[in-house]
Structures are given as C-alpha cells and as structure tokens.
Design a protein around this ligand. Structure first.
Ligand code: COA
Length: 174
C-alpha cells in the first residue's frame, strides 16, 4: 500500500473535508499538540480546514496530502512568509498522519515532498517547532533538520500542563 502525495487546492480541501476532519480529530484526540485541546469537535475541525482553504485561495499557504486508496492518510502545510524581507522563508505546519497509517514512511515522504514544493516557491529556509517529547521530535533530525533549542512552557498539552517546544530549521540546497 503506497501513498500518493498530491498538492491540495482549496477545492480539494472541500472535496476531502470529511477525511481532513477525521485526520485532525485523530491527531488531537490521541494527544498530539497541534494547536487544539482534546476532545475536538467536528465543527471545530471543519472551521480549521475552512481557514486553511481561505489561505490556499489567497496563495499564502501550500498544502500536500498523502492519499492511500483515495483516502487522506496524512497531510502537511507550508506557511509562506509574506514580508518583503522573508520571501525566502516558510514555516512547516501541521504534519499529520492518521494513527492507522503511521510508521510506514508517510510522514517522511510528506516532508520530503514539501521540500520540492518549497523550492518551487523559492523558499530556501524552512523552520518548524514541535512539542518536546512528541514523536515528531525524532523524525525531523533524521531528514536533515537542525535543532536550535527549546522554549519552555510553550504550549498546554492534553493533561493541561505546559510543555516546552523544540525549534528546528533546514536550509534547502538548490
Ligand atoms: C509525527 C508523525 C507525523 C509521523 O508520521 P509517520 O508517518 O508515522 O512517520 P514515518 O513513518 O515517516 O517515520 C519517520 C521517522 O520518524 C521517527 N518516528 C516516527 N514515529 C515514531 C515513533 N512512534 N517512535 C519513534 N520514532 C518515530 C522514526 O525515526 C521514523 O523512521 P523509521 O521508521 O525509519 O524508524 C505522526 O506520528 C503524527 O501524525 N503524529 C501526530 C501529529 C504530530 O505530532 N505532528 C507533528 C506536529 S510538529
């Protein structure tokens, strides 16, 4: 079972809205720190994806999805910095792989495909942060991201304690 990585437009987000809602709820409700507190309602997840659609229409964001047999198994986004001095930079956001499809290389595949997308937008510096101790902290160094350091008490996690975030960057070769 191989995943097909595709660029998602705003229209694709609407077409696959049910899958995307399930993907985000799965991540939040299994304890991932991706901006929301569990339990996550379908309405809250839908609102999030509608906001993403608006960004895609505005051209300030790029989104990739991993499709397995026509179902969204994962996704990742690139927030394109908009200031005149930052047009070479983008932030990797919301790398999500549904529980059912994890540990099959889909997360890594999405991240590497995102680098190709970044180059198309002339973005040569990628930055991201991830909650300390989450699975993703182990993934990023494996694909060449440099760990910068930690910010303590950055985000509230599922048990309502404040956890540190870890900052990473990667400079893309031409
Ligand atoms: C983080 C996440 C996207 C990884 O997706 P995935 O498809 O399972 O990752 P991959 O199979 O591509 O794994 C790539 C590497 O990451 C590391 N990794 C992934 N899952 C891991 C785990 N559960 N434990 C330890 N290492 C892990 C491994 O080094 C792995 O390489 P290997 O399988 O060759 O050992 C997925 O666990 C997820 O969606 N988590 C919830 C959301 C989240 O936290 N997103 C990150 C926000 S910054």
């Amino acid at each position: 079972m191989t995943a097909q990585i595709v660029i998602f437009t705003a229209a694709d987000v609407q077409s696959y809205l049910g899958d995307l809602v399930t993907l985000l709820q799965d991540a939040v409700d299994t304890g991932a720190s991706v901006g929301f507190m569990p339990p996550m309602s379908a309405a809250e997840a839908e609102d999030f994806w509608h906001g993403i659609s608006a960004d895609l229409r505005a051209g300030t964001r790029v989104m990739l999805a991993a499709l397995v047999e026509g179902v969204v198994a994962g996704s990742v986004q690139l927030g394109l910095a908009q200031r005149p001095n930052s047009l070479h930079r983008a932030e990797v956001q919301k790398l999500l792989v549904h529980n059912r499809y994890r540990r099959r290389g889909i997360g890594k595949h999405l991240m590497l495909a995102l680098e190709d997308a970044a180059r198309e937008y002339h973005r040569t510096l990628l930055v991201l942060d991830t909650i300390k101790g989450d699975t993703a902290e182990q993934l990023y160094p494996k694909i060449g991201y440099i760990r910068v350091g930690e910010i303590p008490q950055f985000a509230m996690i599922a048990d309502r304690s404040l956890e540190a975030t870890v900052l990473f960057y990667k400079i893309l070769s031409a």
